[in-house]
Design a protein around this ligand. Sequence first.
Ligand SMILES: [Zn+2]
Length: 344
Amino acid sequence: MTDPTSARVAGHYFDGRTSARRAVALTLDAFGVVHVQGSDVDRFEPMAGISVSEPLGGAPRLLMFRDGAYCEVPAQPDRDAFVAALGHSDSHVVRAQSRWSWVAGSAILLLVVIAVGYRFGLPWLAEKIAERIPASIVATLSDQTLALLDRAAFDPSKLPEGRRNRIAEQFRQLTPPGGVPVPHEVLFRASPEIGANALALPSGTIIVTDELVKLTENDAEILAVLTHELGHVHERHGLRLLVESSVVGFVLTWYIGDVSSLAASVPAALLQARFSREHEAAADAYGANMLKSNGLSPALLASMLEKLEASHGSPGAAADDKSINDYLASHPATRERIEALRKR
Ligand SMILES: [Zn+2]
C-alpha cells in the first residue's frame, strides 16, 4: 500500500556495527512508518523510534534508530519536508535563532546590558578603584598633567605674586565641610587659549587662570570657584573619570592590540575629562556647604557660573562660534546649576 502523499528522500544507511555505507531510499508512509530500502537493506521503522540530529549548517541530517543503526540524509530539495513529516520539530533555540524578531530582541537586550553596565557599573567600579590608587601615583599623574598643560596651554601668571598669595591664603583659612581637611595647592596660570577657567588635578592642585581672576569683582568670587574645585578633589572626580576612560581605553587598546599607547594617553585623558552632571552637582553642593559654613553666600558661585558662561559665549550668541559648543560640552546644564545654587 502506497500513499500518494508519502515523502521520499535519498540517503546512506549504516548498521551501527560495521563501517559499510549503503545507498538507500527512505520513504514515510501514511501509517508513520519509515521504509529504508537499498540493494541489501530493507528495513521498516516506526517514526516514533527514530531521532533526528539538529540541523548543522550544510551537514547531513542523521536519522538514528534505537538499535544503533542510522541513516545520513544529505541536503536535498525534499529533506526539510521529510524531516517535518517525521514529526521532528527543531529545538527551541534553533527555531528561535532563525526568527528575526528573536535575534533583534537579543541584540537589543545585549545593548541594554552594555549600556546599563557603562552607565552604572563603570562609575561604581571607577569609584572603588579610585579609592585604592596610592597617593604617590596620584601625585605623579597630576604632575605629568600639569607639565603637559604648562607646555601646551599655560603661560606663567601675570598676576602680582602678592595677589596670588593672598587668594591662596584666604582659601586656606576656610573651614572645609565637616572639618575634614582636603590637601590642596592653588596655582595661577595665564591662558589666552583656555580663557577664564579653573581646574582641579586629582592630587589637589587647583589651577586658576588669570582670565578667571579678571572676571571677578572681589576675592570672595574666586574663593567660591575654589570651593567647587575642592569638591571635585574631595570626591575624587578626576581620578574616577580617569579610571573610567582608562577602563574603556584599556578594553579598546586590548582589542586593537596596542597597550603601550595607553600609558602615554593618561595626561591627555585627564585634560579631556568632562565631568558628568552628577559630578558637577556634587562639587556645587560641596562648594555651597563650604561657603555657607564660612559665612559666604552660595550665590557667589552662581554668579561666577554666569560670568563664566558669558565669557565663553552665551547659548543665545552666534551658533557658529565654536567656543560656545566647547564650553557647553564641558559644563552641562549650567542654567540648572545656577538656579540650584541660588536656592541654597
Ligand atoms: Zn566642576
